[in-house]
Design a protein around this ligand. Structure first.
Ligand code: FES
Ligand code: FES
Length: 192
């Protein structure tokens, strides 16, 4: 089962912690920059940032990983979803210093040398992308699900994507895309 930060006590604590430490803005606040080492997409990256900066902001604005979108910055929309130690989390609810020494994966870390990965392609093929703003977060939430559950049913998929909001597609095509990708991965695994 995928655990969403948006629905957990951990998320509430993170929100409170952000508000306490940065005066309610959820942004950099007035603490100075420090050098922070992050393990991102298999590489060690150094970034100079206020320790209370949102991880989503650090990934986008400092490390230029623009697949990480910021929508609400309150753990409500899922646009900023990444894998942290293999689990989908809302990166807007994590302060950058909390991510030191942990494995961060964004959509950029799933890409093959050229083109799209198979999960992204399934989204395209099934018409699950319109404006695309929610798509990276959806892809990371789905990837998190498929890593722990290779045979999800519709309810599993809907549960895994429950923290991600799409204003365009109506969700049906997204659920279908994840289901198609799950079947393709199972077929590939069986052929090995
Ligand atoms: S931007 Fe993180 S959940 Fe909305
Ligand atoms: S495709 Fe536009 S928000 Fe999902």
């Amino acid at each position: 089962m995928v655990i969403f930060w948006a629905n957990t006590e951990l998320a509430r604590n993170a929100r409170a912690s952000l508000q306490l430490s940065v005066g309610g803005t959820g942004s950099e606040g007035d603490v100075g920059e420090v050098a922070i080492s992050l393990n991102v997409n298999g590489d060690s990256k150094e970034c100079a940032a206020p320790p209370t900066m949102r991880l989503s902001a650090a990934l986008r604005d400092i490390l230029n990983l623009t697949s990480v979108k910021e929508g609400c910055c309150e753990g409500e929309c899922g646009a900023c979803t990444i894998l942290l130690d293999g689990k989908p989390v809302n990166s807007c609810l994590v302060m950058v210093f909390q991510a030191r020494g942990r494995e961060i994966i964004t959509v950029e870390g799933l890409l093959p040398e050229t083109g799209l990965n198979s999960l992204q392609q399934a989204f395209l093929d099934e018409g699950a992308v319109q404006c695309g703003y929610c798509t990276p977060g959806m892809v990371m939430a789905a990837e998190g699900l498929l890593r722990i559950n290779p045979n999800p049913d519709e309810a599993d998929i809907r549960h895994a994507l429950a923290g991600n909001i799409c204003r365009c597609t109506g969700f049906e095509t997204i659920v279908r895309a994840v289901s198609v990708e799950a079947a393709a991965r199972r077929e590939m695994e069986a052929g090995r």
